[in-house]
Design a binder for this molecule. Structure first.
Ligand code: HEC
Ligand code: HEC
Length: 118
């Protein structure tokens, strides 16, 4: 999985023909409303692990900047919600207590009750 992710991330770099005076690096992010550019890829990797999904659970195949997949906007609301929860801890000063994984635990829909006793 990790190998696959790095491969996917490298593809756009390889696809670009070398150009004079062009800065090296990944293409600029086109549609960020919540995250800073440098936060995007680490966040994306953590989302896939936290929810147990692949990139296309939230993205349209072939266009990561598109908002056509409604899960992407749900994820934006979840980022804001998690941020809000963290800011309400008594000693919050920038600390992260609650992440996507805290609730999701590898599932798209978090459980609200423990599994029945066996
Ligand atoms: C749980 C949903 C979710 C998953 C899974 C997810 N993403 Fe995202 N992705 C988002 C959201 C939300 C944004 C927009 C963030 C913002 O508005 O600041 C985004 C933005 C991006 C962007 C920036 C696009 C642009 O040009 O604006 C890239 C690139 C990206 N994701 C790549 C990935 C990759 C690669 C994966 C798989 C490893 C992935 N995403 C998995 C929700 C997700
Ligand atoms: C406080 C608990 C909590 C946290 C933290 C949380 N979520 Fe959620 N999330 C939920 C619950 C509960 C649902 C199911 C209810 C719903 O779909 O509205 C859900 C649903 C979702 C869905 C829709 C799933 C589907 O099948 O449609 C996405 C996408 C999602 N969360 C992304 C995220 C991401 C990304 C993060 C971290 C930034 C996150 N969530 C953090 C509780 C949480």
């Amino acid at each position: 999985m990790r190998f696959l992710i790095s491969l996917v991330m490298l593809l756009p770099l390889c696809a670009q023909p070398p150009q004079e005076g062009q800065k090296k690096g990944p293409p600029p992010m086109k549609n960020l409303k919540v995250l800073k550019p440098e936060e995007v890829l680490p966040a994306m990797r953590s989302f896939t692990i936290a929810l147990g999904v692949n990139c296309n659970f939230c993205h349209v195949q072939g266009d990561r900047a598109s908002d056509a997949n409604p899960k992407k906007d749900i994820a934006r609301m979840m980022i804001a919600m998690a941020h809000d929860i963290n800011s309400k801890f008594p000693d919050s000063a920038g600390k992260v207590y609650v992440t996507c994984y805290t609730c999701h635990r590898g599932k798209t829909e978090p459980e609200t009750a423990p599994p029945p006793a066996q």
